[in-house]
Design a protein. Structure first.
Length: 393
């Protein structure tokens, strides 16, 4: 059976309903004549026990909005009630006031109540033994424990469980936010990775296509052999670009995730630099290649990144250079160092670029904890990348 909304947890209606039920129960006990519990004064009128009972019920109604005021009103009411002889209904409702003060009040309040009820229990036991001159007087302390200490301990336990549950909820919400943040970062990283791959796959081949198409259109009087040579380069660059693009699309369609996508994507390796150089030479760039050290197997990520950096550097030399470039590949014990140098056209002519290639090369080197630099050097443009291989450390 579901309660109406106005009786929901933490609502004002529930507090008023609880106060009303407490009043009704107290009035029933008052009607039965269960007061006073002790008789310090003979012939105390029963009507005098109603004001403390009403005040105690008011304290119950204030349990959420004003826990301190609720405890103060309830304590005054129970002291007056006990001074009159003690009413069972008022004393029982006071246990609810103590419980609510520990659950809903500030932390200092329940700590103070715990010390106070323990002290009163000890004092009550001692006073009972002294006044009765018998060990049975300890019962006074037991009554204080039942009425005061047990509700306080129960309230403290419930409060601790509530605080622990709130902390767990906050931790779960924080974990969910971190998971969402990690997911967004993973999506951003994957988008950046695919952007680098798309740029490197397309830029090299389309640059060769654009340069030869521009030459065919701008140079008048080309003979058939020259036109066929330019068209042959255009065709080869287009076919190669389509093949790499098709492979990239197949990787995107693969449901295996990142762990399977990366190995399948690596079809270009540093060992295939010779084929890359031949294609660039066919596109019109005179490349001089020098290798230092003995080539050896490289980690998959380093192998792909090194090839892409060389590819992008030669593409930039083809687009913005004067038609020649120097490529140096140095195999060292703990890294492979790539250096591409080329003179730059002083008139600024060449194919336009957005600078995404330099950004992509820098990102590739940074992801591998390598070093990357690009800029003028001794009157030439130099691209230099050092990628760690994980060996010799």
């Amino acid at each position: 059976m579901r309660l109406p909304p106005w009786l929901g947890s933490g609502t004002r209606g529930r507090d008023l309903a609880l106060a009303g039920v407490s009043l009704a129960g107290g009035l029933v006990l008052w009607t039965l004549g269960w007061q006073p519990q002790i008789r310090p004064y003979p012939d105390v009128p029963a009507i005098l026990f109603l004001p403390p009972l009403l005040a105690m019920c008011v304290a119950v109604g204030l349990r959420l909005v004003a826990p301190r005021a609720s405890l103060a009103v309830g304590t005054v009411a129970v002291v007056v009630d006990i001074a009159l002889g003690g009413s069972l209904g008022t004393i029982l409702i006071y246990t609810q006031v103590l419980y609510d003060a520990c659950v809903y009040g500030p932390a200092r309040l329940w700590r103070w109540l715990l010390r106070a009820t323990i002290g009163l229990s000890v004092v009550g036991a001692i006073v009972g033994v002294v006044l009765s001159d018998q060990w049975s007087g300890v019962a006074v302390g037991v009554l204080v424990v039942l009425v005061g200490l047990l509700p306080v301990l129960t309230g403290i336990s419930v409060r601790q469980y509530r605080d622990q549950a709130a902390a767990e909820r906050a931790r779960a919400e924080q974990t969910a936010r971190l998971v969402e943040l990690d997911r967004r970062q993973a999506v951003s990283a994957e988008r950046a990775r695919m952007a680098r791959e798309l740029h490197d796959v397309v830029a090299n081949h389309l640059s060769a296509v654009a340069i030869h198409a521009t030459a065919v259109l701008s140079v008048p009087g080309l003979d058939r052999d020259q036109v066929e040579s330019a068209l042959r380069v255009i065709r080869e660059s287009s076919v190669q670009g389509l093949a790499e693009m098709r492979q990239l699309i197949e990787v995107l369609r693969e449901p295996g995730g990142d762990d399977t996508a990366v190995p399948e994507l690596v079809s270009a390796r540093l060992a295939e630099t010779d084929e890359l150089v031949e294609r660039v030479r066919a596109a019109g760039l005179a490349v001089r290649v020098r290798t230092d050290g003995a080539p050896g197997p490289l980690p998959v990520g380093v192998d792909l990144a090194a090839y892409r950096i060389v590819q992008e550097s030669l593409t930039n030399a083809l687009k913005h250079g004067t038609g020649e470039a120097d490529l140096t590949i140095a195999y060292r014990p703990a890294e492979v160092v790539l250096t591409v140098e080329n003179p730059v056209r002083r008139d600024g002519a060449g194919l336009p670029g957005a600078g995404a290639g330099l950004i992509g090369m820098r990102e590739r080197a940074t992801l591998l904890a390598g070093r990357f630099s690009a800029g003028p050097h001794d009157g030439r443009w130099q691209v230099r990348a050092a990628l760690p291989t994980g060996e010799g450390r």
